[in-house]
Design a protein around this ligand. Sequence first.
Ligand code: GDP
Length: 343
Amino acid sequence: MEPGGACRRGPTGHDRARCLEGAPRPSPPDTLRGVELVDGVLAGDRRSVARAISMVEDGAPELPELSAGLFAHTGRAYTIGLTGSPGVGKSTIAGELVRVAREGGRSVAVLAIDPTSPLSGGALLGDRLRMQTHATDPGVFIRSMATRGHLGGMALAAPEAIRILDAAGNDLVVVETVGVGQAEVDVAAATDTTLVVVSPGWGDAIQVAKAGILEIADVFVVNKSDREGAEAAVRDLEQMLRMGPELDWTPPVVATNATGSDGIGLLWQAIEGHRAHLETSGKLERTRRERLVREVETRALESMRANVRGGLERDAGLAEDLLSRRIDPYRAASILEERVAGA
Ligand code: GDP
């Protein structure tokens, strides 16, 4: 690509980000707010992106303003969720996916979410370091995120952070999380293709069924295929999928040895296959629409919940009336509803 070519060809966030890849980027001070921060993110400026994600972590009051500036520039990145127990090889696989994406000329961001930590950079810092071969590549952005202050937790923080990375011009956003209960479901709900990673000895297929993982996986990855038991794990999973309900997409089971870069090509093909299925069936558009509608619903409910709770806590008289049986819970609830609606 000739220098600056993408700048002239297209004004979109993605083209701009690509055009800036080779050019020195301005580094705005950390205190940047509002419009300048929006511009920084749209230009793919790394410090602006990092700052915006910190704001999501903290549930900063400026988030609505940031969202208003970025939203029109989102919806372009393809998103991949990576989930599984600690140690199965998620970060190593993420590093491999980054490599393949970069070989194909695509820009990529990795967001490592740690739902168990109140601070980012703790448990997942090691994972970031493991991917340091990509650290100097301007087409790669790697970041850990906790959900310390965000109202609504991961379910609301993850899509917001993904949109920031999308608006910054990344073609691909890989979201990695530790596979614990709700977090897995939240990440699956926030991404287009969900990879569930297991490794030999991790447990048999029944555990997958018990954990409810079957429903969220678009692709199963049996990593550490260099270890004994990998073939059996693949067989077990395939058999379980055959025994399960008829699905419009049957998750392929791919064996990988991420440290040896084996099977990564097949994994990439499986991801592309799922993407093609989503696109041709119209499911990509439907699920993205559904995802946005559900996010808005959750967001509205969270803020109403906070208002109702605050209203009840502030109104000692109402609580007193309730306790002394002067008004009943139905009446008290409708008083609160009226107040929230009129607020
Ligand atoms: P995560 O906790 O799921 O992100 O797992 P990591 O990517 O941090 O990997 C955990 C450990 O397993 C590291 O020591 C990796 O080098 C190792 N590992 C990852 N993939 C493979 C693999 O395919 N084969 C083997 N033998 N080791 C692997």
